[in-house]
Write a protein that binds this ligand. Structure first.
Ligand code: SF4
Length: 333
């Protein structure tokens, strides 16, 4: 049986692309790529189950950060290096294609759907730099593109590709109904790099990076409030319980050997946990503790105790807030 590797985000277009190639007799294996800024793996796995295909999930390594720092093809409206990112994912799909002995890679791209990455010349550029030129097939809009080698040698039937373009969703949904593409229930979380309000956090971290900076520091940018204290030091204050859970997990997983990172939770009141990264001394700890108390409605002066996690050592520490400290002066990024 002919095999294809599909970049599977779990979005409707990626399901549609898979279904089109299944109709052509391909066994499709999905590939979902998790970046520090976008995790659609649950949606992709759910979609794979509905389509009856296997889906591999791949977490990006440090090489992904390099394209966020210095994108060859620039950013979109946020700090989203979409063309570089697409190329990165296509290269990963190529590796899986070679591993599985598959004939083609497919994507759910539609000409003209996204201004940053899906114009005709973008698709042609991605094809050119993919390393699998001629084997990269866009089933939804393939008839609007020059025939690929896979079509010319008869692996793919061009007549069974489609010619949809533009931003309208209606034709895609009609085609989905025609091809019996399963409906997606849950809304997918998007990529935070496209959010203009998220960009300052990424730019700040890039500007202040040093040789100690690691992938997890980019991963935590999606969680909590991030406040810079000085060139070396920043704090992260949880906003929701899920932020605190994520920070705690990352601290335990990644910071065992980092003497420049501290994490603690309140013990005597309900409030957010805090991560302090950079210069750790009395001044920065006091600042972080004051901000943390400022964000806690239930902290009563005279009775404030923190549960501190420092590397493997856990202990309890009382604290008296600085009089007149106003945490609102320090706006999160
Ligand atoms: S939106 Fe985010 S995940 Fe998607 S291509 Fe752009 S940078 Fe990559």
């Amino acid at each position: 049986m002919k095999k294809a590797v599909a970049l599977l985000s779990g979005g409707f277009d990626s399901l549609l692309a898979v279904r089109i190639m299944q109709k052509q007799g391909f066994e499709v294996v999905g590939l979902n790529v998790i970046t520090p800024f976008c995790d659609t793996s649950s949606a992709a796995l759910e979609a794979a189950e509905m389509l009856g295909i296997e889906c591999r999930v791949l977490r990006t390594d440090d090489s992904y950060l390099e394209l966020v720092r210095h994108p060859k093809y620039g950013y979109g409206k946020g700090v989203n290096p979409c063309l570089d990112c697409h190329l990165f994912m296509i290269h990963r799909a190529k590796e899986l294609m070679e591993e599985l002995g598959a004939e083609i890679v497919i994507t759910g791209e539609v000409i003209g759907q996204r201004p940053m990455s899906q114009q005709r010349h973008h698709l042609e550029m991605l094809d050119y730099h993919s390393g699998i030129s001629g084997r990269l097939v866009r089933p939804i809009c393939g008839k609007l593109l020059p025939p690929t080698e896979a079509e010319l040698i008869g692996i793919v039937d061009r007549e069974q590709l489609y010619a949809l373009s533009g931003r309208g969703r209606a034709p895609l949904h009609q085609l989905g109904e025609q091809l019996d593409v399963p409906k997606i229930k849950s809304a997918m979380a998007g990529c935070v790099l496209t959010e203009i309000s998220f960009a300052p956090r990424v730019r700040d971290l890039i500007r202040h990076e040093n040789e100690m900076t690691e992938m997890w520091e980019y991963e935590i940018l999606r969680f909590g409030r991030h406040i810079r204290f000085d060139r070396e030091t920043r704090i992260v204050v949880g906003r929701r319980e899920s932020d605190c859970d994520f920070l705690s997990a990352k601290f335990r997983e990644c910071c065992a050997r980092r003497s420049d990172v501290m994490y603690w939770e309140p013990e005597s009141f309900m409030g957010p946990s805090v991560m302090l990264i950079g210069r750790i001394d009395e001044e920065t700890k006091r600042f972080a503790l004051n901000v943390q108390v400022g964000y806690s409605k239930n902290a009563v002066p005279g009775n404030i105790v923190f549960h501190r996690y420092f590397q493997t050592e856990d202990w309890i520490e009382p604290f008296e807030p600085t009089e007149g400290f106003d945490h609102k002066q320090f706006r999160p990024m």
